[in-house]
Design a protein around this ligand. Structure first.
Ligand SMILES: [Zn+2]
Ligand SMILES: [Zn+2]
Ligand SMILES: [Zn+2]
Length: 358
């Protein structure tokens, strides 16, 4: 993630003694003269405006102010002595920085009405332009903080019911599949089937990034698609940025930043390549204890492919038939026709285990 700076904006602080809103860079309350205490945060103003004055931008970038260890007064970064009491600032405390103050708000904020004379003032004004009274009411139009909670509470009841039913169905399935009864059965019949695949080189359509296409492939078509997203810029990449937000610089200003990532696009292609593919198979099957592999005779340009084997044992238990399947020839070799076994049968009638009978 790359942090992009869009600029700097002014913050404000509210005097804890008289409630007056003061511009961020101002160290003493304009109304009552109280110095901003270290524990009073800077807050966002009603409407953000990027600073354009170079001197002010330099102040915003200068670093956090330092609170004097003796009188608490804020002094600009780099000062050596307190502007109010003259104490050395080496022992002072730098204001905290890096706190996210809020979303960058450029929409026009509504005007504020002076509580003393009723005059209308711009949203960011700290003092009434007509009578000079402090405009103490912070513009609280950024209210939709309760919204996410309301959304959570409003999760549709239907979703909960469907979820509960799904969980119930899974539990029921597990219970039925694992609950077993034991019965005695006699091997009534056995059967086996062995298959050998015959493969040939056949044109197969595949997809891949241009640099992954194997040699000898026939290219059909390509189109640009998102291949990956990375934190660092790259030639030709598309920059995607999140909502800009404000970070407290500790000097009465905020840096407006946005987090960006870079989407790298590349050619995604369809191509045809010769691949070993099953074109035929030979099968041997029968009953009893002598399974064998079918003879595979690949033609020119062909070769023997994958082999598969499956064995079935049918048990009779008081007239009920149960089938046990395995792909292990050694397992299958245990079952002579007429021999007795104890079968574990689950609720679906599947044989889950077979043990020798007494
Ligand atoms: Zn005050
Ligand atoms: Zn001081
Ligand atoms: Zn007024």
């Amino acid at each position: 993630m790359t942090k992009e700076t869009l600029g700097y904006v002014k913050l404000e602080w509210v005097c804890p003694s008289c409630g007056t809103r003061n511009p961020g860079p101002q160290k003493l309350c304009a109304n009552c003269g109280t110095a901003q205490p270290a524990d009073v945060h800077f807050e966002e103003v009603a409407q953000d405006e990027l600073l354009t004055d170079e001197a002010e931008i330099a102040k915003a970038k200068a670093g956090p102010d330092i609170h004097c260890a003796y009188c608490g007064t804020r002094n600009p970064a780099g000062s050596l002595k307190c502007s109010r009491c003259g104490a050395e600032l080496k022992e002072g405390t730098a204001r905290a920085t890096g706190r996210v103050v809020g979303k960058y708000r450029t929409e026009a904020a509504p005007d504020v009405t002076c509580p003393s004379c009723g005059a209308t003032n711009p949203a960011n004004a700290a003092k009434c332009a007509k009578c000079g009274a402090p405009l103490t009411e912070p513009a609280e139009q950024a209210a939709p903080a309760a919204e996410p909670a309301a959304k959570k509470a409003g999760l549709p009841m239907g979703c909960l019911i469907i979820g509960a039913l799904a969980v119930g169905a899974i539990i029921l399935f597990m219970m039925l599949a694992t609950r077993t009864k034991d019965v005695t059965g006699e091997v009534a019949a056995t059967a086996w089937k062995r298959v050998v695949a015959i493969d040939a080189l056949v044109p197969v359509q595949q997809q891949g990034w241009r640099d992954e296409i194997p040699q000898g492939a026939t290219l059909e078509s390509c189109r640009e698609e998102l291949r990956y997203t990375q934190k660092e810029p790259a030639a030709g990449a598309i920059q995607v940025c999140g909502t800009p937000y404000k970070v407290d610089t500790g000097s009465g200003y905020a840096e407006v930043v946005q987090d960006c990532v870079y989407q790298v696009y590349d050619d995604r292609c369809r191509y045809t390549v010769l691949a070993w593919t099953q074109v035929d198979q030979v099968v041997a099957q029968g009953q009893g204890d002598q399974p064998y592999w079918p003879a595979a005779v690949p033609a020119a340009g062909q070769r023997q492919g994958a082999v598969t084997e499956v064995y079935e044992v049918v048990f009779d238990s008081d007239g009920e038939r149960y089938t046990y399947r395995t792909d292990d020839p050694d397992d299958y070799a245990r079952f002579a026709v007429g021999s007795e076994w104890v079968l574990s049968i689950n609720s679906f009638g599947d044989v889950t285990d077979v043990q020798p009978g007494q």
